[in-house]
Design a protein around this ligand. Sequence first.
Ligand SMILES: [Zn+2]
Ligand SMILES: [Zn+2]
Length: 453
Amino acid sequence: MADFLAVAGFLGFFAGCFLLVYNMLKKKKKKTAVLIIFLSLFAFVFGIAFSETSNNDTGTTAQPVASESQENENRIETNKDEPDPAAPAVNGTDPGKDTGDLTPSAPTSGLKVHFIDVGQGDSIFVQTKTKNILIDAGERGSTIVNYLHNLGVTEIDLILSTHPHADHIGGLIEVLQSFPVKEVIDPGVPHTTKTFETYLTLIDEKEIKFTEGRAGLSRTLEPEIYMEILHPASPSETNLNDASLVTRIICGQIAFLLTGDIEIEAEKEILGRKSTLGSTVLKIAHHGSRTSTSYAFLQAVNPEVAVIMAGSSNTYGHPHAEILQRLTEAKVKIYRTDLHGTIVITTDGQDYDINIKEPYSYVLPKEPAGQVSTTKPKPTPAPETKPAPTPETEPATEPEPTKKLYVGSSKADKYHYPTCRHAKRILPENEVWFASIQEAKTQGYVPCGVCKP
Ligand SMILES: [Zn+2]
Ligand SMILES: [Zn+2]
């Protein structure tokens, strides 16, 4: 039909021109000829535009034609500057397009969030009625690729890579090779590993839309589901973990806060920006490391459910006992991929359902001194657990097995020489050790005025 219009318009245009010239020569009225030219031009443009749209339906990552509103409607809304929940909603006026996004496991409304067990690393898959969003992909892609294939996923609308550490982006390489991807959002911090370079090259080669994730960026996933980036405003280049994208997804009364590997410094920044943090589900930052999830941050988020993503018996000792204790004291239900495997939370915007019926219960220590020493990992100095990846994984973040030069208390913000009289008063269960002054400072500690470290 569209092709016929284009051809008819094309022929009509010439017929009109011929008639116009003929009439001019004969000094007859030119009105009819001009009308024919206009009508056929219109038919031609309309026909061409329509036939292109239908061809693109079978294409994979075709860029939208600027003049075609239908194309744009089916893409996730781009809105760099300000949250705009009233942005044009996805109305699904073109059913042929939407079927590509609908997978057998996708919810018919609401939200399904899969915290996929990838061992030591993060990968979260978010499904709405028409959108597939992947946040990180662990270190090896095969787990994620298989998982998504089993769900019947054929394309990914949006990938968020929180930060360039291999336990988050390593798996994205295989994902990018296996699925058509419409867009990648990334904090845009430089990193020199081979993994990161390969990942960037793939995005480039496949001409995938690349967006730098900044606080304030937001997307409407469905008319009732909204996603916003809360961090970074300007990413830290010295601590990659603190450059992590922090995303809040809101579906009715239920919100998810997904924090990547942010540490205390980034938490302070986020708290300082006074954005709304309150969320039903909190993905605990940095695999449950004591470098993150400060009291203040936890209080601001006030979650009912905490999901900790860590590898079973990982050498970092994640999740750390302090964090489990903190969550338990705050009466937050704890779910752990190292113990429960993949955790799937489904919500209709009112209630939520978790595929794991029994949360993990942490027994609060009665004899703190003994408890803490048993939960701490034995000093295994290698910051690297797996053979394949480059030593990029988490080099600066888990230093406690190496050197203990300075000590602070989890209840205060000073760091000391271990010989300082104030240091000796810190209860063993509250001790936080640092290998360097830099490390103490990045975790928000200031030097003691007495021992002046
Ligand atoms: Zn990590
Ligand atoms: Zn990291």
